[in-house]
Design a protein around this ligand. Structure first.
Ligand SMILES: Nc1ncnc2c1ncn2[C@@H]1O[C@H](COP(=O)(O)OP(=O)(O)O)[C@@H](O)[C@H]1O
Ligand SMILES: [Mg+2]
Length: 217
């Protein structure tokens, strides 16, 4: 029952897109999956509500303290995916505390990467008192092309000494198009490349939480 959180205080970096698509990926693989919204903006809640017959179990939390109940609830699931709060005092720390794995989506710009410094500090402070847990990694989100990253982006990321996933999402219309209908890239649309992106991210996540991830600096 790993609790996977998608965290980054910056809005627009792809947290909700990754959370909803990963949750649907796990659900389709027949993992009993719970999607959790911790963002007061409620995008995952809106996404979930946009489809009357949404098959995913779902909870929204609006107070950090309420998250204390999550580990108990998570025990009944194979997979829990938390869509992280953009900015809500205390919510980020509460999410870090209940997480087994944290994925930090970042757009490939040095400014966006530097903006994650406080989050990385919070994660490392937690890792220092809990024998390296939760595990955490960056995933590049909304890359314009799946080419080698610019030198300055790679340099900015390596400063943090956290793994950076080889897989990423690239900028594709199918992400907002499917979200608008409460769907994922695994529903009806022709979205072969987007599906491959989400599947590859899920596979890297698996090796991260199973402790087999090799950090190539
Ligand atoms: N890979 C992508 N390609 C195209 N649009 C994307 C991609 N990822 C996210 N978006 C769009 O960018 C906007 C912000 O993404 P979102 O997932 O809501 O970010 P966050 O939850 O971090 O604020 C949304 O309109 C979303 O549909
Ligand atoms: Mg969001």
């Amino acid at each position: 029952m790993p609790i996977i959180s998608i965290l980054n205080p910056k809005g627009g970096c792809g947290k909700t897109t990754l959370s909803t698509n990963l949750a649907r990926y796990y659900h389709d693989k027949e993992f009993k999956t719970l999607l959790v919204d911790t963002d007061p903006q409620g995008s995952s809640s809106d996404w979930h509500a946009a489809r009357e017959d949404n098959p995913l179990p779902f909870i929204a939390y609006n107070k950090p303290d309420n998250l204390k109940a999550l580990p108990g609830i998570a025990a009944a699931y194979d997979m829990v995916v938390i869509d992280g709060a953009a900015k809500l005092e205390g919510m980020m720390s509460a999410v870090i505390k209940v997480s087994d794995v944290i994925l930090i989506p970042v757009q490939p710009s040095p400014y966006d990467i530097w903006a994650t410094a406080d989050l990385v500090d919070l994660i490392k402070a937690r890792q220092n008192v809990t024998e390296g847990l939760p595990k955490a990694a960056f995933v590049v989100s909304r890359a314009v092309k799946r080419t080698l990253l610019e030198r300055e982006v790679v340099d900015a990321l390596t400063e943090y000494d956290l793994p950076v996933f080889e897989s990423c999402t690239t900028q594709r219309q199918v992400y907002p198009r499917s979200a608008a209908q409460g769907l994922s890239v695994f529903d009806g649309l022709t979205a072969v490349q987007a599906r491959t992106e989400i599947r590859s991210i899920a596979e890297e996540l698996k090796s991260l939480y199973e402790g087999e991830y090799r950090h190539v600096a």
